[in-house]
Design a protein around this ligand. Structure first.
Ligand SMILES: [Zn+2]
Ligand SMILES: [Zn+2]
Length: 88
């Protein structure tokens, strides 16, 4: 499987509606991608006289992709920042 490492930065604030700090903005940054290797169930596409083999990730929905193509998102670090000023 393909593993995608993401850094998550959560920004919390307090506002008149909710007095307790709560996240209002979440950013995800991709820090690393570990490829899962070649597709184990390539899909053969025929177009006229030509056939081409493409990895199933480019053709199948995530649920039907092979183990190599499936993407797993791993949260690498989660940073929480508190914003003091009230916006909006
Ligand atoms: Zn708020
Ligand atoms: Zn595949």
């Amino acid at each position: 499987m393909t593993i995608v490492l993401v850094d998550i930065e959560q920004v919390t604030h307090t506002c008149p509606a909710f007095g307790d700090a709560h996240p209002f903005d979440t950013r995800r940054t991709v820090v690393d991608v570990i490829p899962g290797g070649p597709c184990r169930a390539p899909v053969t596409i025929r177009c006229g006289n030509t056939t081409a083999s493409i990895p199933c990730r480019r053709h199948e929905p995530a649920k039907r992709q092979c183990g190599a193509c499936r993407v797993i998102v791993t949260e690498h670090t989660i940073t929480t920042r508190h914003l003091d000023e009230v916006r909006g």
